[in-house]
Write a new protein. Structure first.
Ligand code: PGA
Length: 251
């Protein structure tokens, strides 16, 4: 089953809007049981969305690596698990851009998995060069961010390939389906080195970066993506709903 994950980032501004968008996403997800929909929302909205979730799974966009402590401003995996959140995005490029390191992401991933959360680990190169050095950049992120991740928890691991140059308003374009296909083969090879071939093949690899309702189909087909991590368009329930419907047609 394909996976469509919305990354709301620091949007929308009010709880009222969050509820409205979520209600529409929930309706779209209810119409298309053959795809799995996840919304990763800002912390304050999580309990409210969880109470209304229906078929939509609800997750966070970050967490700390300890379950409790004197850590002002942090939120722990235990807290997320206790309110019923099921997923957490870790290592998003916007957090790495604020200084988050592979070591920190690895600690977070291990702690989140230990609490039963499904980790959506983001990796992706800053830019592409003609010599292919970006392959090593993605490998280093992947291997560094999964250091110590227990083999017993791989069923709670999802990888999102998000080339930074393709993310957000400043992106000139999405990657191509072929870009994603090639990188996901590379990623899976390293996942196989870490966890063994059998488990590596079960880890979904999502594409993220300027996904919309016009380019999604290509990623699911030629791109061989197991689903998407979607920023901007996840706040537009109509377009997001069309992507869920597309994904549901590709079981
Ligand atoms: P975008 O963001 O879909 O707005 O490019 C993707 C992401 O950052 O997860």
């Amino acid at each position: 089953m394909k996976l469509v994950v919305g990354n709301w980032k620091m949007y929308p501004k009010t709880l009222g809007n969050a509820k409205m968008i979520f209600a529409e996403v929930k309706r779209a997800a209810a119409r298309t049981p053959k795809a799995k929909t996840v919304i990763c929302a800002p912390y304050p909205y999580l309990p409210i969305l969880l109470a209304a979730r229906g078929r939509v799974a609800v997750g966070a966009q970050n967490c700390f690596w300890e379950d409790e402590g004197a850590r002002t401003g942090e939120v722990s995996p235990a807290m997320l698990a206790s309110i019923g959140a099921s997923h957490v995005i870790l290592g998003h490029s916007e957090r790495r851009g604020l200084g988050e390191t592979n070591e920190e992401v690895a600690r977070k991933a291990k702690a989140a998995a230990a609490r039963g959360l499904t980790v959506i680990l983001c990796v992706g190169e800053k830019a592409r060069d003609e010599h292919g050095a970006y392959y090593a950049e993605v490998r280093d992120q992947l291997v560094g961010s999964l250091a110590g991740f227990p083999k017993t928890a791989v069923r709670r691991l999802i990888v999102a390939y998000e080339p930074i140059w393709a993310i957000g308003r400043r992106a000139r374009r999405a990657a191509s389906p072929a870009d994603h296909r090639e990188m996901s083969i590379h990623i899976r090879r390293h996942l196989a080195d870490l966890f063994g071939k059998k488990d590596a093949f079960r880890i979904p690899i999502l594409y993220g970066g300027s996904v919309d309702d016009t380019n999604a189909e290509g990623f699911l087909g030629d791109g061989a993506a197991d689903g998407f991590l979607i920023g901007r368009v996840s706040l537009d329930p109509e377009r997001f709903g069309s992507i869920i419907a597309l994904a549901a047609r590709r079981v």
